[in-house]
Design a protein around this ligand. Structure first.
Ligand code: EPU
Length: 359
């Protein structure tokens, strides 16, 4: 099997479907997804297609995409349960175009296939504010806009001006304004009514100059102060240090970051929980509800640092499930279910995975 994969990977034809973009559309049969998911699952896609421009994507759609299909970014939020019997589509549209740069703001149009942290590094190097708290999050720009990635008190949706997409059904394009994206905690229209219908091609970001830094999360402020001046680069450095201490490096240890979302409960329920568990971390949300810490719930159930076979929770962050090597998607999912069941039993709270499990 491996020999066959190796052969197909290196000797299969790279189809030239568009003379204007010679050898740009890449189509591979029986393609290993090992380097396309941070959990390190060695699943195979029946077909893998990569495009480098909107016109290549419309060409692919015109020729017909075999169903089922799956659009992936960096695979940092995916868990493959089996080999994928359909088409995996991946954007390799890269690059940053500066649309506006005045004294108040900068407007940047970014290809969906750009590595998220390379983009953040670029904005920080320019001295532009906004994305520094979102440093070192694995994944690509398109997926960041779909998932509304967040960390250290910032969610990316607030910096997105609009998202350009192409419909897989008919190749038509549609631009979604920030409001139309319907951003909420780890959620957007691309995960609800538009789920699996569109491919994100470009994301346009609006970064305000002289915006306020957001440093009130955990020990971020003191870490930045240790570094000296308050500037995007020092915030990025502080965030990188905090993340490196708490989260595994996905190039060393397979994981998808936080496996579950933090549950949002009613204020009555949160008050009841606080009476029983005064130590429970709780955070008020804008709509009068309360976000409770999934990591804390998991730790209280005795799962922090616990390992079953090749799967476990990370020793420094209970919300992260890790593949110690060789685990299958099913083993990881079974471990996650056991964690979820014990939290449900002890706290009567249902954890919802943030990770997308692909059958
Ligand atoms: N906590 C524990 N046990 C742990 C870890 C944390 O009790 O093992 C408690 C902490 O004491 C704290 C609370 O849980 O009161 C929150 O912990 P932390 O600040 O580490 O953040 P998190 O809620 O666990 C979220 C995001 C992360 C993001 C961090 C920092 C989700 C699902 N996760 O984690 O995002 O980096 O905040 O902003 O919202 C990701 O999505 O992959 C991710 C890493």
């Amino acid at each position: 099997m491996l020999a066959r994969l190796f052969f197909l990977r290196y000797f299969c034809k790279i189809y030239d479907t568009d003379n204007k973009h010679r050898n740009m559309i890449k189509k591979y049969p029986f393609y290993s997804l090992l380097s396309h998911n941070t959990f390190g699952i060695d699943a195979t896609a029946a077909q893998f297609i990569e495009f480098q421009s909107e016109s290549e994507l419309t060409e692919i759609i015109r020729e017909g995409v075999t169903h089922p299909y799956l659009v992936i970014g960096g695979g940092s939020n995916l868990l493959f349960m089996n080999d994928y019997e359909g088409t995996v589509l991946h954007s390799a549209i890269c690059g940053v175009e500066v649309l506006t740069d005045n004294e108040h703001e900068v407007l940047l149009r970014v290809g969906s296939g750009m590595i998220w942290d390379d983009f953040v590094a670029y904005t920080v190097e320019q001295g532009w504010q906004g994305l520094e708290n979102l440093s070192m999050i694995p994944g690509e720009v398109g997926a960041a806009a779909v998932q509304n990635i967040g960390a250290y008190g910032v969610e990316v949706g607030e910096f997105i001006a609009h998202v350009d997409t192409i419909s897989i059904a008919d190749g038509s394009s549609r631009r979604f304004s920030q409001q139309e994206c319907d951003y909420a905690y780890r959620n957007s229209i691309f995960k609800t009514v538009e789920k699996n219908k569109r491919v994100v091609t470009y994301v346009t970001f609006r970064l305000r100059k002289n915006a306020e830094y957001r440093l009130d999360y955990g020990n971020l402020r003191s870490k930045v102060e240790e570094k000296g001046a308050l500037c995007p680069m020092n915030v990025r450095m502080a965030v990188k240090e905090i993340r490196a201490a708490k989260l595994p490096d996905v190039s060393q240890l397979g994981s998808a970051g936080s496996f579950f979302m933090n549950p949002v409960v009613s204020s009555e329920y949160a008050r009841k929980m606080a009476r029983h568990y005064p130590q429970m971390p709780q955070y008020a949300t804008d709509d009068g509800k309360v976000k409770i810490s999934a990591a804390w719930l998991i730790e209280q159930c005795g799962w922090k640092g616990k390992r079953v076979g090749n799967v476990g929770t990370y020793e420094h962050q209970a919300l992260v499930i890790v593949n110690y090597g060789g685990a299958t998607g099913r083993e990881i999912a079974a471990f996650a279910k056991a964690v979820c069941d014990s939290v449900k039993e002890k706290f009567d709270v249902m954890l919802v995975p943030e990770v997308n499990m692909v059958e």
